[in-house]
Write a protein that binds this ligand. Sequence first.
Ligand SMILES: [Fe+2]
Ligand SMILES: [Fe+2]
Length: 278
Amino acid sequence: MKARATVLCENSIMSNLGAIAEHGWAVFLETDCGNYLFDTGQGKGLLNNARKFKIDLSRIKAILISHHHVDHTGGLLDAVSEAGPVPVYGHPDLFKRESYITRNGKRIQIGVPFVRELLESKGAEFRLNRDWTEIAPRIYMTGEIPRKMPYEKVEEAIRTKNEKGEFIEDPVIDDQALVIEAEKGLFIVLGCAHAGLINTLNYAIERTGKTHIQVIIGGTHLWPVSEEQREKSIEALKSLHIDRIGISHCTGLLPAIRLAQEFGERFFFSNVGSVVEV
Ligand SMILES: [Fe+2]
Ligand SMILES: [Fe+2]
């Protein structure tokens, strides 16, 4: 399986005049089995950047959604309007309404900003399930990722509501990643890694039986965690067989510097306009 990924939405941008950055994540994927869109950003950059990079979203085979947060689903209406009728793969929690984050003392809602019926009226054909799913030969969505590493905790600021209406920690159980079995190893596209970076990589290794990771791109969520957790995750990361790691989105700048120190030439920034080929 050969694949080529172009980052359409990310928090930063380097020398791509006319394209824009936003707090979000979306990747256009060309493969031997057709083209796909993984996540859709928060909705400001997707179409603008696709046009800029001459990417035709009307011919994709499916939209793949990592989790329900708006920085990954805010461009879903635009994506479906371009591509529909189109299958949309995700988790049954995709339309969870009770989803919040607290930033700077303010609590805001961060679920999908569209109702399902509107997206369906534009051609979305939802395929929601919790399990490891083969999208095409050698292309998989992980489904729910087992949370095995005791130190990989969920972010405190992300909350949901229980039946009593109380705000409680949200484990974001829908969080999943895309896994491609490429010729020289695994190509893993993370969403936000709310399930834990190491949990996610270990699960991809376990399910595919492949221990060699050729390249990782996406959000590692190493920013809003404790120093202790971050260091443990980085130590575990170093013990895996990874050729290249292209960090993005919710990794954060300081953790990115740490990773750059640890991984040297194997490290790169995967931001708007970055292209990865496997
Ligand atoms: Fe998220
Ligand atoms: Fe995110």
